[in-house]
Design a protein around this ligand. Structure first.
Ligand SMILES: Cc1ncc(COP(=O)(O)O)c(C=O)c1O
Length: 416
């Protein structure tokens, strides 16, 4: 479900014509639907209601303050991966006791800040990191609450860059080492081992690998009679980008709840894409239509890989649609950006109705891992983020200016 749909022949967001929004805002820009965002959260929360889960939105997927705040207002927590995300999470008003912190490379000062701010749980990813958390907590004369991120060695059928739960990946701790950690818990005197965490990857549309991974973790907990308060089953739920059959929140819960019932565990989920992915689009303008020597046609738009990296990075598919619906015979195009890289594209060999310079296109499903991966490559200012909110379109992040591009830079006086 999402709130971007054609009606009366034009693409609308929460009932508002995107064409009009595009006329009033320089392209490219991201446009999010507040309603879609909170509905996705509510559906997942309702699906797992019997366990009263803490749903920590994975803010790496979309970290704008208004997006995080909208979810925090619904009762969500946040899943963070850096000191910067901790800063954002607190600015967004997230209660620290609803923050969980993963990442294989937490720095000493990031750990110290998170302990001081009293976050709920560190998801620890290695023994050296656990030692560091213990040492930092000792220095601060505090206790740090930790969940052990277990790597269950389960392969999920997704892009190799976004699979995280196999022994080949850098994430998490193998079961043997996890056992040693729990057996020697008293070695870490300023750490409280409160839970286990598992996250096997992203854009996973089949429930089977989740069931495998969670079953393995529970078996591990049972066999060693490990006493924990929290189980964190991570994120990773896939969405529909093209013709995937995605698992709904209810279906997902129907597979997972039977594994967790009756254990007295508190449940955390860390969805990112499932909540934000289809709650946002990227709107861009056609600059030129060009035919190459071989007859190949290119639509050159004003958004590039610096605005939306997923197609270039993972060959990700995003549906691209005109803002005004039409029945014209489709032609085959590459939709490319202005960045000086052959890999700068939004779509390859895509059938689209004939488009003309000046018209707008919407890149669908761009709400997760979209703006957050935007960069200034080619000295391109990052685009604005807008949000449809209760019948109005509001700016939640202004487009960057050229001045923003050189913020913090200076010409050495010796060079002047
Ligand atoms: C530890 C962890 N939790 C949650 C997520 C969110 O994943 P997704 O956006 O697929 O739900 C990620 C994404 O990589 C992650 O690494």
């Amino acid at each position: 479900m999402h709130d971007f749909a054609y009606s009366d022949g034009v693409l609308k967001c929460e009932g508002m014509p995107v064409q009009e929004i595009a006329r009033n805002n320089p392209t490219p820009f991201y446009l999010y639907s507040y309603h879609t965002l909170v509905e996705h959260y509510r559906k997942l929360k309702a699906a797992f209601a019997e366990m009263d889960p803490l749903i920590c939105f994975s803010m790496k997927s979309s970290s704008n303050l208004s997006i995080c705040r909208a979810l925090v207002n619904e009762g969500a927590g946040l899943d963070i991966v850096s000191g910067g995300e901790l800063f954002r999470a607190l600015k967004a008003g997230c209660p620290p006791e609803k923050i969980v912190y993963a990442s294989v490379g937490k720095k000493e000062e990031e750990i110290a800040e998170a302990i001081k701010k009293k976050i709920n749980l560190f998801n620890v990813e290695s023994v050296p990191e656990l030692i560091m958390i213990d040492t930092v907590a000792k220095k601060l004369n505090k206790k740090a609450r930790v969940a052990v991120r277990v790597n269950p060695d389960v392969k999920a059928d997704t892009h190799e860059y976004i699979t995280t739960g196999t022994s080949e990946n850098k994430f998490g701790i193998d079961l043997k080492t996890a056992e040693d950690i729990f057996d020697n818990a008293n070695k870490y005197s300023n750490v409280e081992l409160k839970g286990v965490h598992v996250h096997i990857g992203s854009q996973i549309t089949d429930p089977a690998p989740f069931v495998d991974a969670i079953s393995k973790v529970l078996e591990f907990v049972d066999e060693r009679s490990i006493s924990i308060e929290w189980i964190n089953i991570g994120g990773g739920l896939g969405i529909v980008y093209s013709d995937e059959k995605a698992t709904t929140g209810d279906e997902f819960a129907s597979y997972i709840l039977p594994l967790l019932r009756g254990r007295g565990l508190k449940l955390i989920l860390e969805p990112g894409r499932f909540i934000a992915g289809n709650a946002g689009i990227l709107v861009c303008k056609v600059l030129y239509v060009k035919t190459g020597a071989t007859g190949k046609k290119f639509i050159i738009v004003d958004a590039g890989m610096n605005d939306l990296l997923r197609p270039s990075l993972y060959e990700a598919y995003h549906r691209i649609v005109p803002l005004v619906e039409r029945k014209a015979e489709p032609r085959r195009y590459d939709v490319v950006g202005p960045v000086c890289e052959s890999g700068d594209y939004l779509a390859l060999d895509r059938d689209l109705p004939e488009v003309v310079p000046g018209e707008y296109l919407a890149v669908m499903g761009a709400g997760a891992y979209g703006f957050v991966m935007a960069s200034n490559y080619n000295s391109r200012p990052r685009p604005a983020e807008l949000m449809a909110y209760k019948g109005e379109v509001r700016t939640i992040r202004a487009a960057e200016s050229y001045k923003d591009l050189i913020r913090g830079e200076k010409i050495l006086k010796e060079l002047k």
